[in-house]
Structures are given as C-alpha cells and as structure tokens.
Design a protein around this ligand. Structure first.
Ligand code: NAD
Ligand code: TYD
Length: 351
C-alpha cells in the first residue's frame, strides 16, 4: 500500500462521500475510517464499500487521547483528514460543552498524536476540514476570503474557529505539516435530517410543518457535497502546507427562496397539486444569534488548484430531493428513536 490514511468522521454526511471517493479512486491507499457513530454517523452511508480490501472501519472517540495515541502507534498513518465533529448550530446552542469536547479537545488529541508519532514530518499531512462560519456573518454584499478575520458567533463556529487556531498553532510551533479548508453549506445525499434541506424534504413527505426561522431572509451559499469531496481530494494532494483554502459553490440562496423552490420540486416529484407543499411553511421563532449571510470567495482554490463546482442551484436541489425520496429506508432508519424526541422538543419550543 502506498499510504495509510486516517479519515475521521467518515460515517457522517461529508465524510461518507469522501471515504467512498478515496476507497474507489485510490486502491493503493489503505483508508482507515474512525468514527464514534453518534446520532449523525451511520454505517449504512457506506454499505457499498464496506467490503473493499483497502478499507477499515474503526469505532472510537477522538476525545479519548490514549485510544488515539494507540491507534497512531498501531497504524503508522501517513496522513490525516479530520472531519469528525459535532456539526449542528442548533444543537450547539443547546449544549455548547459537547462541541468544545469533540471539536476542540478531539482535534487537539489528533494533533498531539500526529506530532508524537510522526518522527519525520516529510511526506506527512494533517488536513483539517472546517467551515466558513468561523468568519462570522456578512451584510448584503461581499465575500469571505482566506484573509477575512475570524469572528465566530455560535458555539459551533467558536469551536471550529478554536480548532482551526490549534491546527495553525501546531504548524507555527512544531512545523506540523497542516492544511485547512473552510467550506460553505453542503447539500446532497446522506445528510442527517436535522439540517435544513433533508429536514424539510422529510417534513414535506410526511405533511409536517416547515419551520422557517425568523423572516426567512437569511442567505447561505450551497455546495453540492460531491464538489466538496473533490475539493478535499485536490487540497489533500496538492494544497500548500500551512495554507487555508476557502470552498464555496457560488450558489447563494435566501432561505425562503430555496424553500419555495424545494416545495415546487417536491410537489412535482410527489405528484401533488402545485402549491401543496408551500402551505406547510410556518414562520417560527428565530435561532439565537442567527448569522445573516454567508458567501465564499473560492478564487484561491480555483486559480491555484483548478477546482470548480459542477452542480448548481435547481439541479442540485432536484437531485437531493430525488435521493431522499428514493432512499426511504435510510431516511426512516435515521429518523426513528431519539431523533423523534429531539425534533418534537425543538419544534414545540419554537412554535
Ligand atoms: P456530520 O455531523 O454529518 O458527521 C460528523 C461525524 O463525526 C459523524 O459520523 C459522527 O459520528 C462523527 N463524530 C462525532 N463525534 C465524534 C467523536 N468524538 N469521535 C469520532 N467521531 C465522531 O457532519 P458533516 O456535515 O459531515 O461535517 C463534517 C465536517 O465538515 C465537520 O468537521 C464540519 O464542521 C465540517 N463542515 C460541514 C459543513 C456542512 O455543510 N455540513 C460545511 C463546512 C464544513
Ligand atoms: P442549517 O442547515 O442548520 O445550516 P447552518 O446553520 O450551518 O447554516 O441551516 C441553514 C439555514 O436554514 C440557516 O439560516 C438556518 C435555517 N433553518 C431554518 O430556517 N429552519 C430550520 O428548521 C433549520 C434546521 C434551519
């Protein structure tokens, strides 16, 4: 095997797309997927590659430093792509401590293990997958660049900003060969249905209300998850050590416009009378500290490494809606049990 690569959080939404890409594209790599399988991690996301000979799944917690050190000792990783995290802003507002534990302490444990285990840093790489939310919020115009000052405003983004800073500190202090990317909102198959699009698709299917926070005029820059995985592949292979790359789809939507378009697509796919799904839209209490607008300038990644997004706007929305409707079993399995209680409590509180 040419190299042994640790991917953390590979059973989650983005991680599962990345693991699949690497296992299929690089048969000469041994891909080790480390994931705790929290509510957001699901091995059903990787059914199609679980028997491949270059793939190993390990269940474990990045917060457990001894476990992580032993894992590095056992596998002698050549590289790390670190995605494992608590990832939902609403949950971070309810329970910030869980985000600090996983996102900050967990990242530090991985950095420490890499630093101690890698006697020679040459050819090694520690890649941290992060979010554009570390930059805070934008007004009506402008974009986040790699030079934008950090201004995290939710416990989630504060925890990701902290982990980014730690990763950079390990580069400056110990010369650990790191790279970071900060990406906008992803969408596509296998996203846990607490995030906007899969939640609303599932609710429309079951004729449940669509809880639009505040005035609905918040803006996000949506990126097809496969385009994110392709960017990570490029940055892992060719990104310059110590650098940060912003990743975004140049695909801005105000929430309410995206939701209206989704409703139209869903009426069509479910063969319902036009306008049926829109009747489910329910304006609810706003999210605390809700960031108004995110938008990414990805020109560094495009110019330096030749990346570009391939899926846009309505096409991506349609592909996403179709996938969730076609994968009913997956949707039912992840929305049973604890999810039901959590969602019922959230909605009761907001409505
Ligand atoms: P996700 O919540 O779908 O998946 C996270 C995965 O991490 C899950 O499989 C979970 O089981 C695992 N995990 C959680 N705690 C763990 C722990 N203590 N030890 C080991 N594994 C643990 O998240 P996602 O949306 O796929 O995001 C992946 C990464 O990308 C995160 O770091 C997130 O901050 C970042 N990101 C996400 C987006 C987005 O739009 N979803 C955008 C930019 C960046
Ligand atoms: P989300 O998918 O949680 O991603 P993030 O908060 O990381 O951007 O939310 C996307 C946008 O949709 C955000 O502006 C909050 C809004 N939103 C709602 O209006 N209702 C909902 O039920 C959810 C989950 C999100």
């Amino acid at each position: 095997m040419k190299q042994t690569l640790l991917i953390t959080g590979g059973a989650g939404f983005i991680g599962s797309h990345l693991v699949r890409l690497f296992v299929n594209k690089y048969p000469e790599y041994h891909i080790v997927n480390l994931d705790l399988l929290t509510y957001a991690g699901n091995l059903a996301n990787l059914k199609d590659i679980e028997d491949k000979s270059n793939y190993t799944f390990i269940k474990g917690d990045i917060v457990d430093a001894n476990f992580i050190n032993n894992l590095f000792d056992q596998y002698q990783f050549d590289g790390v792509i670190h995605l494992a995290a608590e990832s939902h802003v609403d949950r971070s507002i309810e329970d910030p401590a869980a985000f600090i534990k996983t996102n900050v302490l967990g990242t530090m444990n991985l950095l420490n293990a890499a630093k101690f285990n890698w006697s020679d840093f040459s050819g090694k790489r520690f890649y941290h997958i992060s979010t554009d939310e570390v930059y805070g919020t934008l007004g009506e115009t402008g974009f986040f660049t790699e030079e934008t000052a950090y201004d995290p405003r939710s416990p989630y983004s504060a925890s990701k900003a902290s982990s980014d800073h730690l990763v950079r500190a390990f580069y400056h202090t110990y010369n650990l060969p790191i790279v970071i990317s900060n990406c906008s909102n992803n969408y596509g198959p296998y996203q846990f249905p607490e995030k906007l699009l899969p939640l609303f698709i599932n609710n429309i299917k079951h004729n449940k209300p669509l809880p639009v926070y505040g005035d609905g005029k918040y803006t996000r820059d949506w990126l097809w998850v496969g385009d994110h995985a392709a960017a990570i592949d490029l940055i892992y292979a060719k990104g310059r050590v110590g650098e940060t790359y912003n990743i975004g789809g140049n695909n801005e939507w105000k929430n309410i416009d995206l939701i209206n378009k989704l409703c139209e697509v869903m009426d069509e796919l479910l063969d319902r009378e036009a306008g049926t799904s829109k009747k489910l839209i329910t304006y609810v209490k706003d999210r605390a500290g809700h960031d108004r607008r995110y938008a990414i300038d990805a020109s560094k990644l495009m110019n330096e490494l030749g990346w570009k997004p391939t899926v846009f706007a309505e096409e991506g929305l349609r592909k996403t809606a179709e996938w969730y409707l076609e994968n009913e079993e997956w949707l039912e399995s992840v929305t049973s049990g604890a999810y039901q209680d959590y969602y019922a409590a959230m909605y009761a509180e907001r409505s």
